[in-house]
Each structure stands twice: as C-alpha cells, then as structure tokens.
Design a protein around this ligand. Sequence first.
Ligand code: 6PG
Length: 242
Amino acid sequence: MKIRIFQDSETASSKAADLIARLSQRYTRRKGIFVLALSGGATPRKLYEYLGSGRYHNLCDWDAIHIFQVDERFVPSTHRDSNFRLLRKTLFLPASIPETNIHPVPTEAASLSEAASRYEKAMEKFFRLPSGKLPAFHCILLGIGEDGHTASLFPGDPVFEEQKRFALPVENAYHPHPRITLSLPVLNHSENIIFLVSGKKKASVVRKVLREEDPSLPASLVRPAHRNLFFYLDRDAASLLS
Ligand code: 6PG
C-alpha cells in the first residue's frame, strides 16, 4: 500500500494523472494496451481534466488505452448525474479518445439488471474470458464516500458480498438513482488500484479505512492481493492519520 499525501486536491489530482500516464506507458510498451476503469463522483473531475489536457496528449497513447466505467447511475448518458457525461466532457472529447476504446455501462438497457448483465458480457468479450475467470484491469481509479462506500458498493448492501459476478445492479443506492457497479472481486483482481480522496469531510473515513481497516466499509476491503494499491490524498483528507 503506497500512501502519498499532497498539499491540496489539485496537486493530488495532477500527481494521480502522472501516475496513470506512467502506468499507461509501462503497459502499452509491454503489452501494447492499457485497460483502465474510472470512477465517477466529484473528486476525479480535476484528474480527468488533466488527463484530457494537451500535456497528456504526448504522455498517453490514447489509441492503445481502453476505458471502462467502475460504476454508473442508471440514468441516460446525457443526464447531469451520469458518470459517462462527466467523463465525456472532461476526458473523452478533449483527448479525442476513439469511440471503440470507450466501454460505457449500457444505461439505455430496458432494466437495471439487463444493463448489469450486458456490461458483464461486454467485459467477458473484451477480456476473452473463459467462464469463471475475472477480468484483470491494469488500473482502476476509485474514490471513497463519507460512508465508506467505493464504486457503488455501499456498507450493509448485500451486493458487496458477491464473489462471482463482475457487474452488479444496485437497487437501493443511497443516492437518487439505482446504479451498476463493478464487484469487489473485480476490483481486487486489478493489477493497480488508485484511490484519490480529498477534502476534510473525508478525513474520518480515510482514518477508518487506512488505520482501523474497518471491515464493514467496502473501501477497507479493496486490497488487491500482491498488487499495487495507491492512496493519493490531500492534506485535508489525511488530517486524521497519525
Ligand atoms: C460515484 C462514484 C463513487 C465516488 C464516491 C466519492 O459514482 O459516485 O463512483 O464511488 O467515488 O461516492 O464521491 P465524491 O468524489 O463525489 O466524493
């Protein structure tokens, strides 16, 4: 677990963008491809704006980078609460990422469970998975909610116990919309995980996750076995860590 604490959220976001760029160079050099899954919410907006900016045109070979979503609200992709809408505005359009490299959650599906199973099938096809095997993302970017949720895995919600499925419908999300989320086993199968957390309001949950490792919090259970786990925090979010 690599914890890095930065002066402010802008710096944490730009350093996280640099880390993603470095990882993308390593994977595209070695494997010819870099497969990334990105979260929504407010925190990563600045990170996505950095990645979509001119500075990263030369650092990231976007033709070789494929982007999936960690989770999505079950709303149209034009809805103001859509994570896809955030990614499209801040990253996909500014970086001219090829449509074929963008793998959104199919929120146009007729139902929440159909969206989850279609998304799961899209991952099976893309990763060419034999049955029972989990997709191995090269890097997953996560945030943490004040209640300790990550992706759309909420404390006390049975979905975070799911061990087999890749993408899950989350009916009773504690937000205005039902959601689709990657499951905990998929998160823990990633080769690199980056948590980007900022702001004083997150200080208490950061302490619970990093120091107390409170097992009731989904963010505490993201511990990819033998893989790289990064926490990029600003000083406010880290202010209760000894
Ligand atoms: C989402 C995110 C979610 C987010 C946390 C933190 O769809 O909302 O994937 O898991 O990372 O809720 O959200 P903020 O960054 O807005 O605090």
